[in-house]
Design a protein around this ligand. Structure first.
Ligand code: SAM
Length: 291
């Protein structure tokens, strides 16, 4: 392997030579621990067969490891001041393409089509924490051709992804992740592994995207709509959260008898429902609407 970009001294040198300054609003915390970077590529199971999408390459620390383990890497970076730095640090890796774009506005499907003939790619990233949830939701809900997503996130977000009903961390993100994926916590990473140090602990998590959903519902968009209603007003009962939704076109009496017919107390809260129970609720509402 060529000299590591990620050692603390090399990272410092690159930053100083280029008069780069860290932008908090872009969630810039660069990894300076080479072992962690190797572990991330290993947990992602990256091989020379793989096309990898990296979100937010920074100065290229993880990109370098991915370039050496994958067939091809596409790295999407929003900060234009990092592009000349990346061109310099990754000079010599002809299997890396850098795109100066916002990942939330990037046409990921076209990248998958062009770079991997439409076959599932791997996503690997040390994510910018301020937009972790929108990025994950975009990758999952749009049902893109993705095999696995291995990402560094805040430890608390990794816990939310894996949370179960009634736990404090359980929410819309837990349901989306568990609906589309099998999630595995790979490791906990301390703030000292980053420059600058974040205030919170981080974790690497791998989401294996399932080809078949864990539960079936009669209407997937209604399912996610109900999940958002239930967790949008966490403190309310399920009945009151749903009753505030004019779009459902059901009276409070209809909703009450529907909840009771599912065998639940009418004061139940949305946060008590498992994915399977949200699916049962979706189907019951769907049937009532189509009577
Ligand atoms: N991969 C590098 C590393 O591990 O050292 C940097 C990770 S840093 C936590 C997050 C990176 O994402 C930064 O380089 C930041 O500029 C970039 N970023 C932030 N928002 C982005 C967006 N919307 N689209 C693409 N990149 C973004």
């Amino acid at each position: 392997m060529a000299e590591r970009i990620s050692t603390p001294s090399r990272t410092k040198q690159i930053i100083e030579e280029n008069s780069f300054y860290f932008k908090k609003n872009f969630g810039q915390n660069f990894l300076i621990d080479s072992n962690i970077l190797d572990n991330i590529a290993q947990c992602a199971g990256v091989t020379k067969e793989d096309c990898v999408l990296e979100i937010g390459p920074g100065i290229g620390s993880l990109t370098q490891v991915l370039a050496e383990t994958a067939r091809e890497v596409v790295a999407v970076e929003i900060d234009n001041t990092l592009i000349p730095i990346l061109n310099q640090t990754l000079n010599g890796y002809d299997n890396v393409e850098i795109l100066n774009q916002d990942i939330l506005k990037t046409d990921i499907d076209t990248i998958i089509e062009k770079k991997n003939g439409g076959k599932p790619i791997k996503v690997v990233a040390n994510l910018p924490y301020y937009i972790t949830t929108p990025i994950i939701m975009d990758l999952l809900e749009k049902e893109r051709h993705i095999d696995t997503i291995t990402v560094m996130v805040q430890k608390e977000v990794a816990e939310r992804m894996q949370a179960s009903p009634k736990e404090k961390e359980y929410g819309a993100l837990s349901i989306a992740v568990q609906y589309y994926c099998d999630a595995q916590l790979d490791m906990i990473v301390q703030p000292s592994c980053f420059m600058p140090r974040p205030k919170v602990a981080s974790a690497v998590i791998t989401l294996k995207v399932l080809t078949e959903r864990k539960v079936r519902t009669k209407d997937e968009s209604l399912f996610f709509h109900l999940v958002k209603c239930a967790f949008g007003q966490r403190r309310k009962t399920l009945l009151n959260s749903l009753n505030n939704q004019g779009e459902l076109n059901l009276s409070k009496e209809d909703l009450t008898s529907l909840i009771i017919s599912l065998g639940w107390d009418e004061r139940i809260r949305g946060e008590a429902l498992s994915i399977h129970e949200f699916a049962a609720l979706t189907d019951a509402i769907y049937d009532k609407q189509h009577q």
